[in-house]
Ligand binder design. Structure first.
Ligand code: URA
Length: 261
């Protein structure tokens, strides 16, 4: 059979144009059908996922009383780092508790560990974390002078958003963390921490930059919602970067305001 580009090539040759088109490779010839084809059995349909039943025991599911009894972040970490209370627990490499100054005035809350965080057991150490570090640095802080945590402490598979059930199972741990750190301002990164900490489901694009207030352990804490650094990396426009910068500066201005005002 003539190659579909043959006529075009012949015309160019007639016009004296050479070297413009490569020699055409012959059309691939289909391999002869094998004589004996044994049809393969279709793969079995995937089994329906079984409902997750957390193993019983004090380590698998730390009782709420143990979480409340934790008097330091170290105690809390010891109490909860073996947690298997939701389906994320068995899939993790490392539990990502959070890190920073245990008495930080400024607390950042993200969504949940990604691949790098799961491998290292530290929050925000991947590409989004590099950007977060830069933004924190530009504000005049560092990882060591702030605190960084997440809504869930184990990596959701394929970096999906944690389900509301997973988030709520983990929320008591973050709330105890917040009670122990006693931050003056919380900055939430993206829609998930805003939803889970403040119960606000409205879009982050609409709500970012607008102060919210949450109650944790009987204390009211101002909360500034902003975009997640991973979103900033995906939408690297001046508008998005400027928005995040404004939100972070508002948080800093709140911290820097004169006492009593
Ligand atoms: N994204 C998050 O929300 N948290 C991390 O720790 C890393 C990436």
């Amino acid at each position: 059979m003539e190659h579909p580009l043959q006529a075009w090539r012949d015309t160019l040759r007639e016009l004296g144009v050479v070297g413009l088109v490569r020699e055409l490779a012959p059309e691939p010839v289909a391999p002869p059908p094998s004589r004996r084809v044994t049809p393969e059995a279709p793969p079995p349909p995937p089994a329906a996922p079984a409902a997750y039943a957390p193993p019983a025991g004090p380590v698998a599911c730390p009782p709420a009383a143990a979480v409340q009894a934790a008097a330091t972040l170290g105690d809390l970490q010891c109490a909860i780092e073996g947690c298997l209370a939701c389906p994320l627990g068995p899939g993790r490499m490392k539990f990502v508790f959070g890190e920073g100054d245990p008495a930080a005035r400024l607390l950042f809350v993200g969504e949940g560990p990604g691949r790098d965080e799961d491998l290292q057991g530290r929050p925000f150490v991947g590409k989004a974390g590099e950007l977060l570090d830069k933004m924190i640095g530009a504000l005049g802080f560092s990882r060591e002078t702030t605190y960084i945590a997440n809504i869930v402490k184990c990596r959701p598979p394929d970096n999906r958003t944690p389900t509301p059930e997973e988030a709520r199972t983990c929320l008591g741990y973050l709330q105890r963390q917040i009670e122990l750190i006693r931050p003056d301002v919380i900055v939430t990164l993206g829609a998930t921490p805003l939803r889970e900490l403040a119960g606000i489901t409205e879009g982050i694009t609409k709500l970012r930059g607008q102060w919210q207030r949450i109650q944790v352990g009987g204390r009211e804490i101002p909360l500034m919602p902003t975009f997640h650094p991973a979103y900033v990396l995906r939408q690297y426009t001046q508008e998005v970067r400027r928005a995040v910068w404004q939100d972070l500066q508002a948080a800093k201005e709140w911290l820097d305001r004169p006492a009593g005002s």
